[in-house]
Design a protein around this ligand. Structure first.
Ligand SMILES: Nc1ncnc2c1ncn2[C@@H]1O[C@H](COP(=O)(O)OP(=O)(O)OP(=O)(O)O)[C@@H](O)[C@H]1O
Length: 390
């Protein structure tokens, strides 16, 4: 992949939703005619797999140029997915290589994550998207999923932060191996987060001992979390992942309303009792108009080390049934695997410890699906493109 050299041409595309202007973007196109028309027509039949739109409608195509018989394509992705870039370029090359006069395709791919806010609270100036990870019930692996999910977003190329809002049992410092971190302040007003595994992290565990935090009542705990969110000197972030406290009480409700949450992910185990609680979680987020982006079923199965067969110690199908009932996607099914716990106990979650493993791949698939579904939420289906030559 090589950088495209400016200046490009002047073909501009204006995106319209129904009759009013939503956004405008420019494709720097220096292709001569009739090649330009042929390439654009061919690109209209190439869909980005998760957004299910062609590269022009999805506003991903940003540059076209030709160097001899080599077509240079500039793309800007709206969600992180760098593990898929190689496949994307191969597929795009095959799609475009049928065009007369093109023997080779070069791609430059950038990332510019779109910001989505459910509108409950004012957007944070440095945070584009806030994703809450919740569960109706404790102990289902919500923190485990939140931390690996956040690291998977980072592994896919995003700038990620994590806020441990599980005030009564902040486990993120242990899981990330930064239990001794003590926040300092550079400006006397805000606290610096910890920087661990390429991620900015803040947790009540850095400030309070278990003894005092566990005695806090709902409003006090919610107030403390709000302060932690607003008084951390976050860097520019594409995503802040919040590990919510388990349950669906006042503190969870208040956090969902006071934080500019873009969407929520619900973690459950397949067990009936856990899915009943997960439903309460979905209802709570629905009540405060936070879109539920999907369900992650944790501890779905265990693979027998001796015979390789799949066992289902917590039952089967609870996550899918809940997802179907609420018409939200089942984002993934994660195994019960001793290495997941061991990695966390050692402060290096699986996505960092074994980035190429099947479990890490599953977390990364979940991360890409969540990030893409946030964009789909913000983009109406009936977007139409008007092409003007200027
Ligand atoms: N897929 C998994 N395989 C093996 N162990 C897991 C898995 N998911 C979670 N665990 C282990 O289960 C325990 C509970 O996980 P975790 O702390 O993430 O749950 P939780 O839902 O956040 O709990 P709480 O909300 O009560 O804090 C931890 O010891 C964790 O290492």
């Amino acid at each position: 992949m090589r950088a495209l050299s400016p200046p490009f041409g002047t073909l501009s595309l204006i995106a319209k939703q129904r009759t009013w202007l939503v956004t405008a973007f420019v494709i720097n196109n220096s292709l001569p005619e009739p090649l330009s028309t042929v390439v654009l027509e061919q690109l209209k039949t190439f869909n980005e797999p998760l957004l299910n739109k062609n590269l022009i409608d999805a506003e991903i195509l940003r540059g076209l140029a030709i160097d001899g018989r080599c077509l240079q394509v500039g793309l800007v992705m709206p969600y992180p997915g760098q593990s898929q870039y190689r496949d994307l370029v191969m597929a795009l090359t095959n799609h475009l290589a049928v065009i007369e006069g093109i023997d080779e395709v070069e791609c430059e791919i950038g990332l510019n994550v779109a910001a989505v806010n459910s509108g409950n609270a004012k957007a944070h100036p440095k945070i584009r998207n806030v994703i809450a990870v919740g569960s109706g019930k404790g102990g289902v692996g919500k923190s485990t999923t939140a931390v690996n999910f956040a690291l998977a977003l980072a592994a896919e190329g995003a700038r990620v932060g994590m806020l441990d809002a599980d005030i009564y049992g902040p486990s993120i410092p242990t899981m990330l191996g930064c239990i001794d971190f003590k926040p300092t302040s550079q400006d006397g007003k805000t606290m610096e987060p910890a920087y661990v595994h390429n991620m900015a992290v803040m947790s009540m565990g850095f400030l309070a001992t278990d003894d005092n935090a566990s005695a806090w009542r709902g409003p006090m705990a919610a107030g403390a979390m709000e302060q932690l969110m607003n008084e951390t000197n976050w860097p520019e972030l594409d995503y802040l992942v919040i590990d919510m406290p388990p349950g669906t009480g006042d503190i969870q409700l208040t956090l969902s309303q006071k934080f500019p949450v873009s969407g929520a992910v619900i973690v459950t185990t397949p067990q009936e009792i856990a899915t009943l609680d997960a439903r309460k979680g979905i209802t709570m987020f629905n009540k405060v108009n936070v879109p539920v982006l999907g369900i992650v079923e944790n501890m779905s199965y265990h693979t027998c080390e001796n015979c390789g067969s799949k066992e289902h110690p917590f039952g089967q199908g609870g996550g899918l049934a809940t997802a179907n009932r609420y018409n939200v996607p089942l984002l993934g099914e994660l195994p019960l695997n001793v290495t997941v716990r061991e990695h966390l106990d050692n402060g290096t979650p699986t996505v960092v410890a074994e980035p190429e493993s099947a479990i890490s791949n599953e977390y990364q698939t979940i991360a890409r699906n969540v990030a893409a579904s946030l964009i789909l939420l913000s983009q109406p289906d009936d977007l139409s493109i008007e092409i003007t030559n200027e």
